[in-house]
Design a protein around this ligand. Sequence first.
Ligand SMILES: CC(C)(COP(=O)(O)OP(=O)(O)OC[C@H]1O[C@@H](n2cnc3c(N)ncnc32)[C@H](O)[C@@H]1OP(=O)(O)O)[C@@H](O)C(=O)NCCC(=O)NCCS
Length: 158
Amino acid sequence: MNLTIQPLSKVHYAQLCELAVSDEQQQYVGTMEGLLACVSMDVHPHVICVKDQVIGFFLIDTFYGIKYDFAHDNAIGLRGFFIDQRYQGKGYAKATMGQFGAYLKNYYSHRESIYLTVNCRNLFAKKSYLAGGFIDTGELYLGGAAGPQHVMKLTYVS
Ligand SMILES: CC(C)(COP(=O)(O)OP(=O)(O)OC[C@H]1O[C@@H](n2cnc3c(N)ncnc32)[C@H](O)[C@@H]1OP(=O)(O)O)[C@@H](O)C(=O)NCCC(=O)NCCS
């Protein structure tokens, strides 16, 4: 499959601007423009590539544990994870999740766990995360604009 996860860099910019989800899916992640506006010293952008093509994107929020009561203080958070609409349904989210723990261990080795929230109606996303070893904590986060969300957690450093 030749899928890689990489920190966003200059070489990705042109293709990044072409990434989008469907109108219906925007309730879950918003737009590429909106996601890029979240990038800061604490919130890092990463891309998912197949060969030289950028096909997906996500943010790692290094202050997640401070911001959300359901997460441990030292935990990071996954936000805005998506696969571009042209490349969905081909196993790329599951393949990304297959590498996710090792990737985080490499780039965020001083942390141990990552949390995310996923809308209860977003079954494909939840399936993808479960495939990567995330567990459903059983807790619901009710602060999202699009309805209740499952809280999921992955411990990637043992
Ligand atoms: C959720 C999302 C990341 C999944 O990406 P993807 O690359 O299409 O997912 P995969 O092809 O790896 O499939 C993951 C699972 O969903 C299922 N799936 C994905 N798209 C499907 C479709 N159109 N029809 C039926 N099943 C589908 C797959 O069969 C697989 O399930 P399995 O474990 O039973 O095999 C993608 O749809 C997306 O970006 N959605 C919009 C943004 C979003 O919701 N992000 C999550 C925010 S928390």
